[in-house]
Design a binder for this molecule. Structure first.
Ligand code: ATP
Ligand code: MG
Length: 711
């Protein structure tokens, strides 16, 4: 366990008691050190798995941590976000501490804020509504009551979207509305948990007796409310290990602060403090840029920066590219990504990172246009998505049917089975056109299909039931299957993650820093955000910007000020020849997406089929075929009948492909029938006679054919 760590990391891993604080830059192995620390403690028998609570800030990061812990043999350890840990405790203790059922979580908070505004006779436009909601959230995580908001906002230099007194009023009305409706919001989950722990010593005692050891990753982004909760969990004990990097503080706008990280030692004078400077993630080229960015940083966090030293072999210089407009930038990015993939980089090892989510669309188009699979980050908790849960239930049903009534199921390969089940739920070999909910759903199902493929590859003898068990285990570990697609994510969502190749796009003034970052502190946070982006790259790093938004628009934009002095004086022009015409990626993206629709192709000539009749035949009306179509139809009817009788989906009897093959081969005896893919011994036993009867033209239900009939 300790072999994979350097001496400082090992110090973290072996300091299992007392307060520990790791202050270290990006890619230095903080997350690795704490996961090894937990696993080491558990495997050495020093820590009880159930007594450790590891907290981090995104569901994805928590899922990653559970995955890593599981791999290290410490699967029983709880790794959660603050929010999910609190929610779980609150749900559990609600009946005892408060009585009754826990209130519902409000789904559309902004809507409720609008109603609260209306109650106060204050009309808010859409932007104001979003910003006022943000202010209310800030109040709650900083534990600011409405009356104190005007003063607190002024003190923190917040740019207030409306008169602070008005916001305070709306905040009050919002809280009242929630009470009237019997609902709570996201922040209430933490507030209420804090409340229960403070006021109910018996509950606090129960929780404290369960959790003895606490580990917090990304501690630079802890909010006062989360810190309060952490203190209550600890209840004066000091078995806590925190790791963080003040230079990666990127959530200040929501009330998070690196003060707790930087002040850890003064609060715990006896703490073991470890600094890590070796960067294991990135090449010297990437690290040099990261160090360069930080050397220009100002403010409190910057005083604590640590110069990173790359441990990796040299790689390519970061590429800087200037484009004429955004679609051209997206197109150029997609082209480079395609080249990387052609050169052997896996799509899942590539990320395109941007400042705000709205920037994703043009990249989605460009990647779809280039035929590159991609995947949007942000929708976390894979196994909690409705389509994944539904698919899980169906697979479970199919597995149960297989184990019980129909042993023939075992003949079908696990991946084929999964494809058949998910096919009934919107999965197809090709993704649907465009983005949006349908695409998201497809991506989830496609991830399950890939998971099944990997699983079958790793365990060829495994059955569908084994796969279902694996899914359960993963769902418990909340470890989403790695999706074989390029990641599109906002910089905020990329925190803690890493890829071989990273494309930082849209690096213009106004986007990076974003227009609404006005104060020095806000601009510094933007710089840190870019630093987070740069340090996600292991090897390839690309930075780009576009001089205008749309094709033909005025070139009014400037590259980000953060790159001044870092990018080569004359930025490369990646535009020129392709600027003329400028139809843009959007139109072409749509055209390509259209071409992709219609995944069913003629099995004779390969043409994409669109007519329902042709799709059923799986060939063009006028393509020659040796398929006995009458027989194929009869087989399908027979299969439907069988499926109904068995109470199973049709593919459990035979898949379309097998039926087609049967109708093409027209087997004349059991030996010939069993040579067809998908017809194993058990299926032959169960269905052979009837199928052969159909093939010889007899009606189903006739006496089985005993001898080889004439063809
Ligand atoms: P961030 O600040 O971005 O969260 P981090 O400090 O948590 O980064 P990790 O993600 O733990 O860094 O590690 C970065 C990469 O370096 C990972 O791929 C990790 O496996 C690798 N790594 C860390 N320490 C070592 C080591 N001692 N030997 C080999 N590889 C290491
Ligand atoms: Mg980390």
């Amino acid at each position: 366990m300790l072999d994979g760590l350097d001496p400082e990391q090992r110090e973290v891993a072996t300091a299992l008691h007392g307060p520990v604080c790791v202050l270290a830059g990006a890619g230095t192995g903080k997350t690795r050190a704490i996961t090894h620390r937990i696993a080491y403690g558990v495997r050495a028998g020093i820590l009880q798995p159930g007594s450790v609570l590891a907290v981090t800030f995104t569901a994805r990061a928590a899922g990653e941590m559970r995955g890593r812990l599981r791999q290290l043999g410490a699967g029983g350890v709880q790794a959660r976000t603050f929010h999910s840990a609190a929610l779980r405790q609150l749900q559990y203790f609600w009946p005892r501490a408060i009585g009754g059922d826990m209130p519902r979580l409000v789904e559309r908070k902004v809507q409720l804020v609008a109603e609260a505004g209306a109650r106060c006779r204050i009309r808010l436009d859409r932007n104001e509504l979003r910003d006022v909601t943000g202010e209310i959230e800030w109040c709650k995580v900083t534990q600011t009551v409405p009356e104190d908001y005007p003063a607190a906002a002024a003190k923190s230099g917040r740019e207030v979207p409306r008169d602070p007194a008005e916001i305070a009023k709306i905040y009050t009305a919002y809280e009242q509305l929630k009470r009237d409706r019997g609902v709570i919001d996201f922040e209430d989950v933490l507030l209420l948990t804090v409340g229960v722990l403070q006021e109910r010593p018996d509950v606090a005692e129960t929780i404290r007796s369960q959790y003895q050891h606490f580990v917090v990753d990304e501690y630079q982004d802890v909010s006062p409310l989360q810190q309060r909760l952490l203190d209550l969990w600890l209840g004066g004990r000091d078995n806590i290990c925190v790791v963080g990097d003040a230079s990666q503080t990127i959530y200040s706008f929501t009330g998070a602060t690196p003060d707790y990280l930087l002040g850890f030692r003064s609060r715990h004078p006896e703490a073991t403090v470890v600094k890590l400077v070796r960067d294991y993630r990135s090449t010297p080229q990437v690290v040099q840029l990261a160090n360069g960015l930080l050397s220009q940083a100002r403010g409190q966090a910057a005083q604590h920066r640590l110069e990173l030293i790359s441990q990796r072999e040299p790689g390519p210089e970061p590429a800087y590219t200037e484009y004429v407009d955004e679609p051209t930038e997206a197109e150029g990015t997609a082209r480079r990504i395609k080249e990387l993939i052609a050169g052997g980089v896996r799509p899942s090892e590539i990320a395109v990172l941007y400042r705000i989510n709205a920037q994703s669309e043009v990249y989605e188009q460009a990647l779809a246009d280039a035929g590159v699979p991609y995947q949007l980050r942000g929708a976390e908790r894979f196994f909690e998505r409705p389509e994944v849960r539904e698919a899980g239930l169906l697979l479970r049903g199919a597995a149960r049917a297989g184990a019980g009534s129909d042993p023939g199921l075992a003949d079908a390969e696990v991946p084929e089975h999964v494809r058949a089940v998910l096919g009934s739920r919107g999965w197809a070999p090709e993704p649907p056109a465009g983005s949006g909910a349908v695409r998201d759903r497809w991506e989830s199902l496609a991830a399950l299909v890939r998971l099944a493929d990997d699983f079958a590859l790793a365990r060829p003898e495994a059955t569908l039931s084994d796969l279902v068990a694996e899914l359960d285990e993963r769902a418990n570990a909340q470890h989403a299957p790695t999706v074989e697609g390029v990641t599109l994510a906002s910089l905020h969502a990329a925190k803690g993650l890493e890829w071989d190749a990273v494309f930082l796009v849209g690096l213009t003034e106004g986007m990076m820093p974003i227009t609404y970052a006005k104060t020095d502190e806000q601009v510094e946070e933007e710089r840190r955000l870019l630093y987070v982006g740069v340090t996600r790259a292991r090897f390839h790093l690309s930075l780009s910007w576009a001089l205008s938004r749309s094709p033909g628009g005025r070139a009014t934009r400037k590259p980000s000020r953060f790159l001044d002095g870092l990018r080569p004086g004359s930025a490369t022009r990646g535009t020129g020849n392709r600027s003329a015409g400028g139809t843009g990626g959007i139109e072409r993206g749509a055209a390509a997406a259209k071409r992709k629709r219609g995944p069913i192709r003629c099995r004779v000539c390969g043409r994409t089929l669109s007519e329902a009749g042709e799709i059923k035949l799986m060939r063009c009306e006028d393509c020659p075929s040796d398929l006995d179509e009458g027989l194929y139809e009869r087989l399908r009817d027979w299969r439907m009948e069988q499926a109904r009788e068995l109470g199973q989906p049709a593919y459990c009897v035979f898949t379309d492909k097998t039926l087609l093959a049967i109708a093409e081969v027209r087997p004349s005896g059991p030996a010939e029938l069993s040579s067809i893919a998908g017809v194993g011994a058990r299926k032959l036993d169960k269905f052979g006679a009837e199928v052969l009867a159909l093939c010889t033209g007899a009606e189903p239900g006739d006496e089985p054919v005993a001898e080889e009939p004439e063809k």
